[in-house]
Ligand binder design. Sequence first.
Ligand SMILES: Nc1ncnc2c1ncn2[C@@H]1O[C@H](COP(=O)(O)OP(=O)(O)OP(=O)(O)O)[C@@H](O)[C@H]1O
Ligand SMILES: O=P(O)(O)OC[C@H]1O[C@H](OP(=O)(O)OP(=O)(O)O)[C@H](O)[C@@H]1O
Ligand SMILES: O=C(O)c1cccnc1
Length: 492
Amino acid sequence: MFYPELDKDDSLALHTDLYEINMMYTYFKKGIADRNAVFEAFYRTEPFGNGYAVYAGLEHVIKYLQNLKFSESDLEYLKENENYDDDFIEYLRNLKLKLTIRSMKEGELVFAKEPLLQVEGPLAQCQLVETAILNIINFQTLLATKAARIKLAVQGDALMEFGSRRAQETDAALWGARAAYIGGFDSTSNVRAGKLFGIPVSGTHAHALVEAFGSEYDAFKAYAETHKNCVFLVDTYDTVRSGVPNAIKVADEMGDKINFLGVRIDSGDMAYISKQVRKELDDAGYTDAKIFASNDLDETTITNLKMQGAKIDVWGIGTKYITAYDQPALGAVYKLVAIEDDFHVMRDTLKISSNAIKVSTPGKKQVWRISANTAKKNEGDWVSRDTEDPRKFDALFMFHPQYDYINKVVTDYTAIPLLHDIFKDGKLVYKQPKLDEIKQFVADNLDGLWDEYKRSLNPQEYPVDLSQDLYESKMNLIQDIRRKIRERSIGR
Ligand SMILES: Nc1ncnc2c1ncn2[C@@H]1O[C@H](COP(=O)(O)OP(=O)(O)OP(=O)(O)O)[C@@H](O)[C@H]1O
Ligand SMILES: O=P(O)(O)OC[C@H]1O[C@H](OP(=O)(O)OP(=O)(O)O)[C@H](O)[C@@H]1O
Ligand SMILES: O=C(O)c1cccnc1
């Protein structure tokens, strides 16, 4: 630890951007800190060109919110470094979260432009938690989605997560291992993730073992004499001529004393070499021995290797998974959608932009997953005001919010609300599922999605439609704001 005097009194209350606390200060001084507000978090485009994202991070968000309180050293720091009056510091000292949070469940398949998490409560409190909530769900949702893409590419083969050494620091390795498991990996190499989350841990050995013993035979033999389950890394010198023959020799000598699970290759032409290795293992009678592969793999390389007929059974994935190499940010944002006015009435709010995708949708919402009762597949998501309930209608008119000529009428459907109560007035009301249940939930959800949305390249756009009510109030609010701006500029 670098700062032991602070660490003992550290908290995540300051894990926020300064501008959040500066806004809190303004709200406090102007007497509106406790006005009721509603913020919603959403992202704007699907990551990796995928057709959906896998929502993850809620467990960490809950942990963060449950423990949120300014410590004395936090307050001291603010007092010394910012020009806040003492009454604000006192306000922060007594701050007790009273937020009502609604969120998608972890493992839910989610789509661009729909609220994933909604925060309602005192304006200043809503503002404080923006940074950490986005920090957590941006990372974990991105990674769980990457994991699901990799899972799709391996077509049922086993997947090991190897990313810790390349992760952007320790928290990313830990929560990234969890997101991998949610998204479809079978195990992680991170032992702490095993201890904290109950994820199966697994591993082989590194080149260092071979180098330390000076020869592959001595290294494999030593490993076999100290471990029951053995996967030998065979590419330190020459995979085909030395690595695999030495692995086979040790397996023969040890017989039933070990479980010879297979060999790992970590370099070279994986398609060509894996075929050679398969033949050597089969010829020696080890037809059940598996070929493990690692080396900067991702869903694209895996798909290509499969196309080449590579004989790989188990895939170890590190760098390109844990760093979300091809798209390092999900870009989820947190926007104010409603606020209490001077007359204690909730008023919708909107952010206008010349960029259509950046125009937010006002109002407190609910997201409904609409599935056809006959096909048992999802028809799309219907974003409504939180007061609307499509279960009361016989038919649902669904239309694209930007291109309203793309529309359909759905009958005989089931509508399931996706935003669930997590905290009510600061009290946790949600029973958190076990990690394995979340993992299963992802798999079940994927079953409910048409293949057209699931393919990893150029998937169809999944419909995320607005209710008529929401659409009209958005258009009216845009007109209203434009008119006010026009009037003001004419007056000048
Ligand atoms: N047959 C293949 N088709 C497509 N990509 C492959 C194939 N074989 C290996 N790759 C990938 O190509 C990339 C570079 O492989 P390369 O052969 O240069 O590694 P290497 O130099 O042998 O490994 P190292 O640098 O770790 O010793 C890696 O991401 C690897 O997974
Ligand atoms: O390739 P990744 O997907 O990141 O998987 C993790 C990598 O970590 C280990 O390599 P190591 O740290 O020894 O580095 P090197 O193999 O690249 O030399 C292992 O042999 C994998 O290659
Ligand atoms: O167990 C392994 O083979 C492993 C673990 C971490 C990184 N690379 C490989």
